[in-house]
Design a protein around this ligand. Sequence first.
Ligand code: ADP
Ligand code: NI
Length: 214
Amino acid sequence: MSEAIIEKVRQFAESHFADDGSGHDWWHVHRVWNTAKHLADAEGADRTIVEIAALLHDVADWKLNEDETQGLNTIRDLLAGDLPPETVDRICDIISKVSFKGAGVDTPTESLEGQVVQDADRLDALGAVGIARTFAYGGNRGRLIHHPDQPPQQHDSFEAYKKNKGPSTNHFYEKLLLLKDRMNTATARKMAEQRHRFMEQYLDHFFKEWNGEL
Ligand code: ADP
Ligand code: NI
């Protein structure tokens, strides 16, 4: 029963995200789905809820949509015939809380399933893949790679974080390097360590090249 629903949701997600050029394409969703399955098993979370929420986690994302409510309605319509209303509510609740909203903005996720999906999404922002996604996003939005006179900021409101149009290198200091200490689960925290170290090495190299030291 749940296999058929997951397959239906997978097909929806694959076509919904097919053409994205901002690092939020189907393969991002696919990686988050896989990581979320692994975390769910390691942490003892409900697999069906986690898988469906992971597959749909970016459908209502503020960066990709003008209106979050519209995305949540799309999800409700997709799931309504297949799952009880309480389950659909749980999934929508996870999806509405998944996103990072600024260094100084708390984004709590109460359920274990929500914690797992948020961790899986955040792990895909780290490491070699995370670096590729960051510059893909910056290019997609017309941002500079780096600007020495535009230092990173620690946004303490979602509004300020949303308005920010700084160079892509700032994103490492405004979000990516903070994620290691903000993972919800022990399994994800461990996975984040290596990816974090790799980003530090990358940035070290980047700035040495920028300054003509390498
Ligand atoms: P979240 O919900 O935590 O924002 P997403 O799956 O929506 O996670 O993807 C966020 C990714 O999009 C970031 O990790 C980064 O790769 C990219 N991104 C978002 N904002 C920026 C930005 N201002 N500059 C560069 N990349 C960004
Ligand atoms: Ni995502």
